[in-house]
Design a protein around this ligand. Sequence first.
Ligand SMILES: [Zn+2]
Length: 129
Amino acid sequence: MEHTLRVLVRIDTKTSSACIEVRGCLVPENCGDLIGILRHTAALGAHLVVNLSRASHLDVLALDELLARADEVPSQPIAGGHTTVSVQIPERLPACLPPVPAHANPLDNELAFELAFLQRSTAVFRRPG
Ligand SMILES: [Zn+2]
């Protein structure tokens, strides 16, 4: 299953802050992309708030990596100090639907529709056996 990182960056020029809202999947494979976005945004001289509460999938290893590497994001001197990075984490880590194993029971119509059209999973198009 493909995990897609979707990020919305909002800049508040009054407070020199930026809200980076993650809405897709944050997994180890794309955590570096998010760090890159943080670096670019920090280069604008903004305090960063990373909001993970609307993510559809948060992998615990990616979260560890994000927290460990957030301090590496270079800070630039701005009026009153340096940029900061804070991370808002939901109480539970959400996960997108797992891939359907080839030996799984036949799909019912509702699940097939969900996977094929809402999740766009190619697993439902595989022939059994
Ligand atoms: Zn995912």
